[in-house]
Write a protein that binds this ligand. Structure first.
Ligand SMILES: [Zn+2]
Length: 171
């Protein structure tokens, strides 16, 4: 088993606290990404989707968020989400080009790649105006903040999956 942390960053113009609509551990937020089979190297054509609220029982014990078979070699793998380690992307992080950790995926048999930002995000302006249900399918979001009397924008969204060691506290 390998734990992959999904890290995200973006350019936040007059915005901060970019995160899923219901918070970093939003049970209904859907994560879309591709999977690479560890056995044969095949990458799925379409994005797989997982969310904390959708679980499947495992044969032996416990539960997981996804059980999928590789189309090519037929080997089965699982993806199990581990909440409680994420934090919103702040304006400071964005300014310095730092990535914010969002969610851990315990992957067996697969490696996650190509996270798609999609919809269901929220963000707030530096003046405190809240923008809910932000859609990033087009890769960008632009609005006008009445309170701050300025334009706000999310652009240049980037993500990466990095292997993390859960026994270490800081990552
Ligand atoms: Zn395979």
């Amino acid at each position: 088993m390998v734990n992959f942390m999904l890290y995200i960053t973006a350019e936040l113009e007059n915005l901060t606290n970019f995160q899923p609509k219901g918070g970093v551990d939003d049970p209904n937020f859907t994560y879309y990404f591709k999977l690479k089979c560890e056995n044969c190297g095949e990458v799925t054509d379409k994005e797989t989707c997982v969310s904390l609220s959708e679980t499947l029982p495992l044969a032996k014990k416990g539960s997981t968020n996804l059980i999928q078979k590789c189309k090519f070699c037929k080997r089965e793998g699982t993806v199990t989400m581990i909440p409680g380690r994420g934090s919103p992307l702040t304006h400071d992080y964005s300014e310095t080009g730092k990535y914010a950790p969002l969610m851990i995926f315990d992957c067996r048999g697969f490696e996650p790649l190509d996270f798609a930002f999609s919809s269901g995000w929220k963000v707030e302006s530096l003046e405190g105006t809240k923008f809910e249900d932000v859609n990033l399918d087009a890769g960008e979001f632009a609005e006008y903040d009445e309170k701050g009397e300025c334009g706000v924008m999310i652009s240049n969204v980037r993500s990466m999956f990095k292997v993390v060691d859960l026994s270490k506290k800081n990552f």
